[in-house]
Design a protein around this ligand. Structure first.
Ligand SMILES: C[S@@+](CC[C@H](N)C(=O)[O-])C[C@H]1O[C@@H](n2cnc3c(N)ncnc32)[C@H](O)[C@@H]1O
Length: 185
């Protein structure tokens, strides 16, 4: 049976203010096992260029879509039978509750919503989110909450993932830096 995939929905990106953070959300999503990221409601060519360059050099597969209204993204995801997890400090605590087991037990593709500014109220409702998950009930960041959620979802296995068509790979060292460059990994 095919493993369920995880895709990230980044809501509320403000091109001037959030460029670096949204790029980090995308890089976190890619490095920690998500299949892709959808930046809704807005186009930002600079982020697209940065992420595409990382995928070209460091491998994939990893997709980036942007500009689609969040409502459409949610609607399409649900139509295809996927579930939606909204990461929020107000949700069920990932450590204290069994919310992660309930998510995994469904064995369905997961769309993980992360916000930036205050998110629309509907994100908390059943109409949008199947689960509201808190990575601790203290406010922090979309990047840290996404990283911890993905790491727990994949049980750390994503940290040894083999990225396809990479031109550069790191050879882990106790000290210093070693990379190999290859066009035919
Ligand atoms: C800087 S926070 C936004 C806080 C905003 N003032 C609000 O009230 O929604 C940006 C995003 O980080 C994520 N986030 C922050 N803390 C979190 C936590 N403890 N658990 C899960 N997600 C969190 C959420 O996705 C949130 O939308």
């Amino acid at each position: 049976m095919k493993k369920p995939k995880v895709v990230v929905l980044r809501w509320g990106h403000r091109p001037k203010r959030d460029a670096r953070l949204t790029t980090h959300v995308a890089l976190t999503a890619r490095a920690l096992g998500a299949a892709g990221i959808i930046i809704t409601d807005i186009e930002d060519e600079k982020i697209k260029g940065t992420v595409e360059k990382v995928v070209k050099n460091w491998g994939g597969p990893f997709f980036l879509e942007m500009g689609i209204p969040w409502q459409k993204t949610v609607e399409k995801w649900k139509e295809k039978g996927g579930i939606i997890v909204h990461l929020t400090a107000y949700g069920e605590n990932i450590e204290e509750s069994n919310v992660l087991e309930r998510i995994k037990a469904l064995k369905k593709d997961v769309l993980v919503i992360v916000g930036s500014q205050k998110v629309p109220r509907e994100f908390f409702s059943e109409k949008v989110s199947d689960f509201n998950v808190a990575v601790g009930n203290q406010p922090h960041s979309e990047c840290s909450s996404l990283a911890i959620f993905l790491d727990r979802y994949f049980n750390g296995k994503e940290l040894t993932k083999n990225f396809e068509n990479a031109k550069i790979r790191i050879i882990p060292q106790k000290r210093g830096k070693k990379i190999v460059k290859n066009d035919n990994f």
